[in-house]
Write a protein that binds this ligand. Sequence first.
Ligand SMILES: N=NNCCOCCOc1ccc(-c2cn(C[C@@H]3NC[C@@H](O)[C@H]3O)nn2)cc1
Length: 448
Amino acid sequence: MVKYKFPDDFIWGVATSAYQIEGAYNKDGKGENIWDRFTSIPGNIYKNHNGNVACDHYHLYQSDINILKELGIKNYRFSISWARIFPDGYGKVNQKGIEYYRRLINALLDKGIQPAITLYHWDLPQELQDIGGWTNKKVVDYFVEYAELMFKEFGDLVPIWITHNEPWVVSILGHAWGVHAPGIKDYKIALKVAHNILLSHGKVVKLYRSMSLKGKIGITLNLSSIHSATDSEKDLLAAKIYDGFMNRWFLDAILKGSYPEDMKKLYNELNILPQFSDDDMKIINERIDFLGINYYTRSVVKYDENAYPLKVSMLDLDNPKTDMGWEIYPKGLYELLINLHKNYDGIDILITENGAAFNDIVNYKGKVVDDYRIDYLYRHLLEAYRAICDGVNLKGYYLWSFLDNFEWAEGYSKRFGIVFVDYNTQKRIIKDSAYWYSDVIKNNGITE
Ligand SMILES: N=NNCCOCCOc1ccc(-c2cn(C[C@@H]3NC[C@@H](O)[C@H]3O)nn2)cc1
C-alpha cells in the first residue's frame, strides 16, 4: 500500500553531469576544459584522479540508457560539455559534438525517457579561462552563443533546461577557496564571477523566451538550511550572514531582482562587492519557470573572529554523516522548501539533486546492499512529501546520482550512484537503492 503518494504528474528522475561520467576527454574534436586542466595538475584531486575516462558514458550511453529503462526511470538530467560543441568556447562548431548529444537525446526519447539538460555544469572551455573565464564579460556573450545553438539544435526535443548548476560552488569553491577549477583564491574575483554567471543566466532565459520554445527553463542552486550553533546574538548573526552568503545572494538576485541589502553592505565593507548596474539586475531577474535546488545537508554555523572574510565557521557535529562528511539531516530539506515557498512567492521547485555518498561494497553475491542510502533517500523523500502536503509547489525530484562518478576534488573515492561502477572494467552493478527507487517511481510514492 502506498502510504505517501506524490502528485500524479510528479517528475521522478536521476541526474549526472558531463565531466563526471562521459570520459572521452579528447575525443571527436572536443576542446580542453578547465577540469581537464585542473585535474592534470598534481595535488588538486584525490590521488590525482581525472575525468579522462570516468564512466566512459560517451561510448556506453546506450547500455546506460537501457539500465534507466529497466529501472522504469522516465526522467534524466544530464549536462552538455560546452567544449564538445565549441572546442575554443566560441566560433567554430564541432559537428561531432552536436551529433553525440543528438544520439544521446534520441536514444533517451526512444525509450520514453524525458531529458533535462544543464547547459553549464562547471566545465568551462579552457580557451575562455585563458581570457579571464567568468570574470570576462565576453564569456557571458559566448555562453549565450552556446545556449542559442543548443536551443536551435535540441530546443524542440528537450522539455526542461537548466542554465547553470550551483553558481555558488563555481564561484566560491573555484574562485575563493581554490579547491575546484580553475583554483583561484580571491573572494572579490569569486563574487564578480558569480555576478557574470547570473548575468549569463538571465540573458539565456530571455533568449529562450524569444525563441518561442515549448519547454521550461530555470537554474539550479545548491542551498542549505542554516542553523546557528547557539542562540547568542553573535551566532544568530553568523547564521544570517551565512544564509546570505550561500542562499540569499543568489535567490534574491534571480527571484527579486536585487542582491540582499545586508550582504551588499557587508561585501562593500570588505571591499569584495562586485560592480553591477540596475540593468544587470533586471536581466538576472528574468522570470524562470522553476527553481532547481540541490540539497544535501544543513549547515550549523557560529561566530568566529578569525574566519575570513565573514567571521563565520561551520561546526562539525558528532551526528550521522555520509561519506562526504556531511551530516544526514532530512528535516533541513523540509525547512528549506517551506522557506523558499514563503519567501519567494511559491515558485515551482524541482529538486535537481539529492543523494548520498557511502563506501559501497560489492558483496560475495556481486550485489551492493546499500540500505544506508535507501534510508537517506527514504527520509529525504518523506520530508519532500511533507512539504508538498504543506503547500510547496514541488514538481519533481532528480536523485544524485545515476552512476558512481568523478566527485570533483574527491575523485572516484566517493560513490553517489544508485548504480555501482567498477572503474577497472566499466561494469555496472545495479545497487539495492536503484531497485528501491524503481519501486518508488512505479508506485509514485513511498510504501511502508
Ligand atoms: N574555506 N575553505 N574551505 C575549503 C573546504 O572546502 C570544503 C568543500 O566544500 C564543498 C562544498 C560543496 C560541495 C558539493 C558537492 N556537491 C555534489 C555535486 N553537486 C553537483 C554535482 O556535480 C555533484 O557532484 N554539491 N556540493 C563539495 C565541497
